[in-house]
Each structure stands twice: as structure tokens, then as C-alpha cells.
Write a protein that binds this ligand. Structure first.
Ligand code: ADP
Ligand code: MG
Length: 314
């Protein structure tokens, strides 16, 4: 059983950035407006994610590391109408199975906060603890009990780069949330959290001669598209979010590389569509999605890309 848990954990947790992604998603699902991430050694020795969200009732903390226990969906019908980023109830359980975790939280309005510690998925401490509203998840010694996976981790710098890129993408996708990232005691970046996406992108992408944006609608799909020139770089970097969920989807990639090939730069696509028209439940790490009407995605990307080529600079 322990082996099975570790194998399953490996599908969700590949490297430190996978831990950060799942933790950020939980903080966002908990309606946090500030999320602070602190890493040590590229996240390999420690990852701390602290938020000011709804928190967790201290009595319910053991459920957080119990596989398939989720507070987010209750019925099979909910699966075709997923409004939260998480729904599988396996992320924290998987992370806990391959690390040492220290979870502190207090639920909004609760009298008491709590502390839960686990090693390799076994609870070693669960008690009440005074805490401010919100949640702090600390993940130490990732893969300490999974040497085969640990061997494949990259350098601290390369793990940090991945995490930092992911957090910048989240910063752009959630401009009303203040994200900050620290590594080995140094501040890497912080977004403003004012809700101004243009300002977030300016600060994340740096000064650029040109930034353009447009919003198009195509059938049931709304697409907000941002482009920024990257002089001296031919390669397109394309990032896409579907209903607030970061995806690396072959269909979107295909559509984007066709539509954007003569207009190189940083591209961000924010798709909004009715949740029942996109199946996010096809991949453990939730990276790929399936669209009910793929042609509309193609049309929207094409329309947005063409439109941007005729947009005034902002
Ligand atoms: P899922 O997000 O799919 O429900 P997770 O394993 O990511 O599963 O998290 C398990 C549960 O732990 C969540 O359903 C939620 O109730 C709780 N949880 C985890 N992180 C947080 C957080 N930062 N704030 C509030 N609740 C959290
Ligand atoms: Mg989750």
C-alpha cells in the first residue's frame, strides 16, 4: 500500500514546482488575497506557502492529507461543473506521502487554529494551536523517502526558475491577488495585487517596447489575449489559462503556434467558458483539458491574434 501511494504521488508531484502549483491552487480556492511563497534550495529542502484565505477547521486537518477527501465537490454531477481549481482531493495527500509536512491553519470565524505534522504520510502531531486566519503549508525534504525521484531533481537554480515562472503566470492570471516569492532569504518578486493586469504584466515581463491586448468572443468562449514584444527573441512563449486554470494543452498550443507564428513575443491567453463545456478531469496534474467545441478555440485564438496585430499599443 505504501508503494502504491508513492507511485500515485509521483503522478501529481514531479518536482518542487508541482508542490507550489497545488498549494497556490488551494490558496486561490480558499479566496486568499495574499499568497507568500518561501523556498530554500530551489524548494528541494523546504517550500512554505502561506495565505490569508478561508482556512481549515482544526478538527478537519487530518482529512487534508487523506486521499480523495476533498471539501470542494460532493457529487458525481459536480464533476461536470467544476468551479474550483482543485477537486480530486489527492494533491496534499500525495505531497504528504513523499515529504515531511507542517500544516498550520485557522478557519474563518473559528475559535481555534490547529497544527498537523506528518512524515511520509503518517501523522506525527495533531493539536490545537493559536493561529491567524488563513493557512500555512510547509513541505520539507521532498522525496526524502523516494530516492529514485529525488535523483531526477535539477539544480536549485533550475527548480527556482520553474517556480518563479509559474508564479509570474499566476500573478498575471490573478491580478487581484498579491503574490510574493522569496528564495534563500532573498525577495525574487512581488505582484501588486491591485487587480490591474496591465500593471502586473509590465512588472513581470519588464519594460518592453510594445504590449497589446484584446478580448474576443466566439460562440460560448470568451478569450482575453495579451501580447508583448520581445525584441531579439524569435521564439514565442505561450501561456494559457482556461477558467483560471493554467493548462499546457496540445490543442491550444497548436492553435496558438499557427495563429501567432508571424508575430513573435510573449503571449498569454485567458479563456473563459461555461464549465460544462470543458472537461478538466482527464489528467492527474490537471494540465490537459478537453473541449466540447475545439473549433471554437481555434477560431477564438485566430481572431484574437489577428485583432492584436491591428491594436494600438498600451
Ligand atoms: P482538492 O484541492 O482537490 O480538494 P487537495 O489535496 O489540494 O485537494 O486539498 C485537500 C483539502 O484541503 C481541500 O479540499 C481543502 O479543504 C483543504 N485545503 C488545502 N489547502 C488549503 C488552503 N490553503 N486553504 C484552505 N483549505 C485548504
Ligand atoms: Mg487542491
Amino acid at each position: 500500500r505504501e508503494v502504491a501511494l508513492k507511485i500515485a504521488a509521483g503522478e501529481v508531484v514531479e518536482r518542487p514546482v508541482s508542490v507550489v502549483k497545488e498549494a497556490l491552487e488551494n490558496s486561490l480556492d480558499a479566496h486568499s488575497s495574499r499568497i507568500l511563497v518561501t523556498l530554500t534550495e530551489g524548494g528541494k529542502s523546504s517550500i512554505v506557502v502561506e495565505d490569508n484565505g478561508n482556512g481549515i477547521l482544526w478538527q478537519e486537518m487530518p482529512l487534508v492529507i487523506t486521499r480523495y477527501a476533498t471539501s470542494k465537490i460532493a457529487t458525481v454531477n459536480d464533476l461536470s461543473n467544476i468551479k474550483t481549481l482543485g477537486y480530486r482531493g489527492e494533491a496534499i495527500a500525495s505531497i504528504a506521502a513523499v515529504s515531511r509536512i507542517d500544516l498550520r491553519s485557522k478557519a474563518k470565524g473559528a475559535a481555534e487554529g490547529g497544527l498537523l505534522k506528518a512524515e511520509g504520510g503518517s501523522i506525527v502531531c495533531h493539536e490545537q494551536l493559536p493561529w491567524k486566519e488563513g493557512t500555512r503549508l510547509q513541505v520539507d525534504d521532498l522525496f526524502f523517502n523516494f530516492p529514485a525521484r529525488k535523483k531526477f531533481l535539477r539544480s536549485n537554480l533550475s527548480e527556482l526558475r520553474k517556480i518563479s515562472a509559474l508564479m509570474r503566470d499566476f500573478g498575471a492570471a490573478y491580478p487581484a491577488v498579491l503574490f510574493s516569492l522569496y528564495h534563500n532569504g532573498n525577495k525574487i518578486f512581488e505582484t501588486q495585487g491591485t487587480g490591474d493586469r496591465a500593471a502586473v504584466l509590465r512588472s513581470l515581463w519588464g519594460a518592453s517596447p510594445e504590449t497589446r491586448s484584446t478580448t474576443v468572443s466566439c460562440g460560448s468562449i470568451k478569450l482575453e489575449c495579451w501580447w508583448q514584444s520581445t525584441p531579439g527573441r524569435q521564439k514565442n512563449i505561450i501561456t494559457s489559462f482556461v477558467n483560471g486554470r493554467i493548462v499546457s494543452d496540445p490543442l491550444i498550443r497548436g492553435a496558438a503556434s499557427a495563429a501567432c507564428k508571424d508575430f513573435s513575443g510573449n503571449w498569454m491567453f485567458f479563456f473563459t467558458l461555461p464549465p460544462e463545456l470543458v472537461d478538466v478531469n482527464i489528467h492527474p496534474a490537471k494540465a490537459e483539458v478537453r473541449f466540447r467545441y475545439p473549433a471554437e478555440i481555434f477560431e477564438a485564438v485566430k481572431a484574437a491574434s489577428l485583432d492584436l496585430q491591428n491594436r494600438p499599443t498600451r
